[in-house]
Ligand binder design. Structure first.
Ligand SMILES: [Fe+2]
Ligand SMILES: [Fe+2]
Length: 259
């Protein structure tokens, strides 16, 4: 018989069904496989953890340039997650939205501080520059292999589009605006209204709700506004809670997320 590399001679091959030392070797192999699988899961958990941390740190870096916004990015994530769950979208999609939505304003890293932190109304030219935070943010992740980062790119690009087509940067209308963009648009507007900013005081929770109702069909998707109103009690809990970065990262560690 011709020699084939790696192939055992016939007499070396174990007889099938016989309980001998080979069976013990098989048990050891199973144990080794289990251990390797466990190690792989651990490694995956570690990668996921650092991925989420990196994402949040990037989002926080953008927030530092806009000092009034505090834990805005975490509340956006919580509001968006609850709206998405109430809309009935898949668990995977909800998870992507949860971790991508904090990056909606990541493009502000590319906007000069004198514009971002100006305590007065922006001039038309400054406003033009400010609007570019959408496309700057989208470009940062648009060719990423990670579905999570591609979702972040889509949200960065679309969170200032308006349902009636009067938004920016592309003037998209209705369902042309990606679903994630329509959800984050609502969360972003609501949080901005009920939070204090350098140019205004915070509105009360109920005033924020009334304001969101008034935007149904013009700025915001009316179906998403309806869903938001249905979960008002949950929204109130997020509004009252003081979400912390640490808690947010810890929660992410318990989830299986395809990043
Ligand atoms: Fe924005
Ligand atoms: Fe925002």
């Amino acid at each position: 018989m011709a020699y084939i590399p790696g192939r055992k001679k016939k007499e070396e091959e174990p007889e099938r069904g016989k309980k001998n030392s080979t069976a013990k070797l098989d048990d050891i192999d199973v144990l080794r496989l289990k251990k390797a699988h466990q190690d792989l899961l651990e490694a995956h958990r570690g990668v996921r953890e650092s991925h989420v941390e990196m994402i949040l740190n990037l989002a926080i870096a953008a927030e530092y340039k806009d000092p009034d916004t505090g834990n805005h990015i975490l509340r956006i994530s919580d509001y968006s997650t609850e709206i998405a769950a109430a809309l009935g979208i898949s668990a995977d999609q909800i998870e992507h939205l949860r971790y991508a939505s904090p990056m909606h304003d990541i493009g502000k890293l590319g906007i000069p501080d004198k514009i971002l932190q100006k305590p007065a109304k922006l001039t038309p030219d400054e406003w033009k520059v400010m609007k570019q935070h959408t496309s700057i943010g989208a470009r940062m992740f648009q060719s990423s292999k990670s579905p999570l980062l591609r979702a972040a790119s889509e949200i960065a690009m679309s969170h200032h589009e308006k349902f009636d087509g009067s938004g920016y940067p592309n003037g998209l209308k209705g369902k042309e605006i990606p679903l994630f963009g329509r959800i984050v648009a609502l969360a972003d507007v609501f949080d901005a209204v009920v939070s204090k900013r350098c140019y205004k005081e915070a509105s009360a929770f109920d005033e924020g709700i009334i304001y969101i109702q008034s935007l149904a069909g013009n700025h915001l998707d009316p179906d998403i506004v309806d869903t938001f109103l249905k979960i008002k009690t949950i929204i109130r809990k997020i509004y009252d809670a003081n979400q912390s970065i640490q808690k947010f990262i810890e929660e992410s560690n318990n989830k299986v997320l395809d990043v």
